[in-house]
Design a protein around this ligand. Structure first.
Ligand code: SF4
Length: 344
């Protein structure tokens, strides 16, 4: 970035006043609250000013020290017909992941109970499907009921949904549905070719129409440009309403996937994504998701400072590694962060 920098003030309308082309940046409108160029300009802020801005927004909207702990269980692993270039569960790639069947209800209930005992407040169930069949929806509905009976929030990520399937999950009491946009619309086709961006947006609108809260984010470090990152966050922030949960993943480069040799992302660029997500979606839970293991404690701490207030908690994330629950608990204790929902 270049140009003189005037110290940040808490007046968020002036956050970009330092930008050399500030006057040319499109203004927000009701239909487009975050033009991509504005989000891009946030990415270009001097790092310290961006952090201060993000922290200011965060503290205006969230209680100090609050963090959400979510646990993710793969209830149906591998053998997926989609070709998402980052995913070890795609049948298109030889990654050593064995395709399994849908877990039975008792097994899922035991895992949810263990997650609750470890301190999680939300239990997410992921299945590697392009789209569930109606009979799958009935089986997952029973899992949702079991998770809810334990007093946990429920979340599912099952692929694309038809409107009647979203409604059935809503009727079963599902609190959140996860369906990520992955990246900005222009880069998407470089990552996945078996389904279109529009199809992702359609599923998200069916979920909303069924009254289920939306969990939707993306992955960074897949070779996308900073403009693609801005476009992803603008896409999310311009949803009306924007998602309640926004998982931000740092690519885990799994051997055998097309993205295994991607250039590693600069950790401070990952922190920038968290900070900008916090600014453009002040009331969303911004979740550190896949790739947290490789960030280390110092970078995770910067992410919490930038506004991350949710983590995936547990030793495994679908099929990739995650920091052990014990080391997470120690880090959160060191930082004075706690899950307010479970602290009571
Ligand atoms: S990300 Fe989901 S849809 Fe894509 S290949 Fe993996 S399991 Fe299938």
């Amino acid at each position: 970035m270049s140009g003189p920098y005037t110290p940040y003030t808490s007046d968020t309308t002036s956050a970009l006043h330092w930008h050399p082309q500030a006057a040319a940046i499109p203004q927000a409108t009701a239909a487009d609250p975050w033009p991509v160029a504005q989000v891009q300009a946030l990415f270009e802020m001097p790092f310290m000013a961006l952090m201060l801005h993000a922290q200011t927004v965060h503290h205006a909207h969230w209680p100090a020290g609050d963090i959400e702990l979510a646990t993710l269980l793969s209830v149906k692993t591998g053998g997926c017909p989609e070709n998402c270039g980052y995913c070890p569960q795609s049948a298109a790639y030889d990654t050593g992941v064995q395709a399994g069947k849908l877990m039975d209800l008792a097994e899922v209930t035991r895992a949810a109970q263990a997650a609750k005992e470890a301190g999680a407040s939300r239990f997410c169930m992921g299945a590697a499907w392009r789209a569930p069949k109606d009979r799958d929806i009935a089986l997952v509905s029973a899992m949702i009921a079991a998770v809810k009976a334990l007093g946990l929030e429920s979340c599912a990520t099952l692929g694309m949904l038809a409107p009647h399937q979203a409604q059935a999950l809503s009727d079963a009491g599902l609190d959140y549905y996860n369906h990520n946009l992955d990246t900005g619309p222009d880069y998407y086709r470089d990552v996945v070719s078996t389904r279109q961006y529009e199809e992702r947006l359609d599923t998200l609108s069916h979920v909303r129409a069924a009254g289920i809260r939306v969990c939707c984010g993306g992955i960074v470090g897949m070779g996308e440009t900073p403009v693609d990152r801005a476009a992803l966050l603008a896409q999310l922030a311009n949803m009306q309403p924007y998602p309640e949960s926004v998982p931000i993943n740092s690519l885990v480069r799994v051997p055998g996937t097309p993205l295994a040799d991607s250039e590693p992302l600069d950790p401070l660029d990952f922190v920038r994504v968290i900070a900008v997500a916090r600014i453009v979606m002040p009331q969303a839970r911004i979740r550190l998701s896949a790739g947290r293991q490789q960030l280390g404690e110092a970078v995770q701490t910067l992410c919490f400072m930038a506004g991350a207030n949710s983590i995936f908690y547990g030793d495994k994330l679908l099929v990739t590694g995650n920091p052990e629950a014990d080391s997470d608990a120690k880090l959160l204790a060191k930082l004075g962060l706690a899950s307010l929902k479970t602290a009571a």
